[in-house]
Ligand binder design. Structure first.
Ligand code: NDP
Length: 332
């Protein structure tokens, strides 16, 4: 039996292209005890994957040239030599970008599709949900009446951050890249204000107007000039969960900008970078709250689901062009 897989063809310099990826047909190995054969259902594409295409030092090892990409995948067990999983189970794991995948039982977790659709375990009830929860609740520490600004606001993490901040009684301002996204986060997700950074000539002024009491929490998903503009409106004792810097991931040179440290110093601001895995020991707390809010209808999501395993590279590259609203997924 053979399967198609997607490997890293070459490390990209700057923005990745379709040549960064290569499709291969490979033999599916025979199952050993403790292993299952999986058919991929939903494949997650995430901005962090850009970092793993480079071999710069980071919190996780880089993808290897000539080896398959891997990431969050929800898959169905189609045959099993494991006592933990049976045929038909739906599971989640960090798995190869292949249509058929042989996986060890230890790297899988069963997902409960009676609570939520399978795709949610890659978004609102998965890594992006936990990222929004822990970044906002454990670093941002929102208090009722405070003003929260979130960039990348119409994306997988951002749309959740805004809603969780609303649950905690904050005024929420989102920043996103199209008029449709701006309208959506206000109308469907309850943001108080939203700004289209692509059509706003003076972001610093626009944020000042949208936040008459200044910014108490800035959840930073994008970095670059957007973050410079938000931070210039930052309040005393504000918190900045530093979650992502997507505007810089394809840069080939170190970006320079305003020196923000004097402002952070004199206003006693806490800026803390984090990786969701830092909170691994507290995941049950995050799952508990996220699941409860989803059940209560207080936390909603939106997904951009692209059909076809062969669309994985296009979907991943689309994240850097804003082609998604909410969680970007590929359905095999
Ligand atoms: P998204 O679903 O938000 O997708 C990326 C979005 O980023 C795009 O839709 C686009 O929206 C926006 N974007 C792309 N390029 C730029 C740019 N140059 N300037 C401003 N915005 C841009 O992704 P996620 O929600 O999954 O991730 C959001 C951020 O959080 C990323 O930076 C990611 O790396 C980070 N992250 C960090 C984690 C952690 O553990 N620290 C875990 C998960 C994510 P638009 O149309 O608005 O431009």
């Amino acid at each position: 039996m053979t399967t198609q897989q997607i490997v890293l063809a070459a490390r990209p310099v700057g923005t990745p292209t379709k040549d960064t990826f290569r499709f291969e047909t490979t033999e599916v190995p025979a199952l050993q005890t403790g292993q299952v054969l999986l058919q991929g259902l939903y494949y997650s594409v995430d901005p962090y994957m850009r970092g793993r295409m480079s071999d710069a030092r980071s919190y996780a090892p880089p993808f290897e040239v000539g080896k398959p990409f891997y990431g969050g995948v929800v898959a169905k067990v189609i045959s099993s030599k494991s006592d933990l999983f049976k045929e038909g189970d739906v599971v989640l794991g960090m798995l190869s970008w292949a249509q058929l995948i042989v996986a060890n039982e230890k790297e899988l977790r069963k997902v409960d599709t009676t609570i939520a659709p399978a795709s949610y375990y890659l978004g609102i009830l998965g890594m992006p949900g936990l990222t929004a929860y822990f970044g906002l609740m454990h670093i941002g520490k929102p208090k009722e009446g405070e003003t929260v600004v979130v960039s990348g606001a119409a994306g997988a993490v951002g749309v959740l951050v805004g809603q969780i901040a609303k649950i905690h009684g904050c005024r929420v301002v989102g920043i996103a890249g199209t008029d449709e996204k701006v309208a959506m986060i206000k109308k469907e997700f309850g943001f108080d204000e939203a700004i289209n950074y692509k059509t706003t000539p003076n972001m610093r002024l626009a944020i000042k107007e949208a936040c008459p009491n200044g910014v108490d929490i800035y959840f930073d998903n994008v970095g670059g000039p957007i973050s410079d503009a938000v931070i210039s409106n930052i309040n005393f004792h504000a918190r900045i969960p530093l979650c992502g810097q997507i505007s810089l991931y394809n840069n080939t040179e170190m970006a320079t900008g305003p020196r923000l440290q004097p402002m952070l110093l004199t206003r006693s601001v806490l800026m803390q970078g984090f990786i969701v895995f830092n909170f691994q020991d507290k995941y049950p707390e995050g799952f508990k709250h996220l699941t409860q809010w989803v059940k209560e209808g207080k936390l909603k999501t939106t997904e951009t689901i692209i059909d076809g395993f062969d669309q994985l590279p296009t979907a991943l590259l689309g994240l850097f062009k804003g082609h998604n609203t909410g969680k970007m997924l590929v359905k095999a």
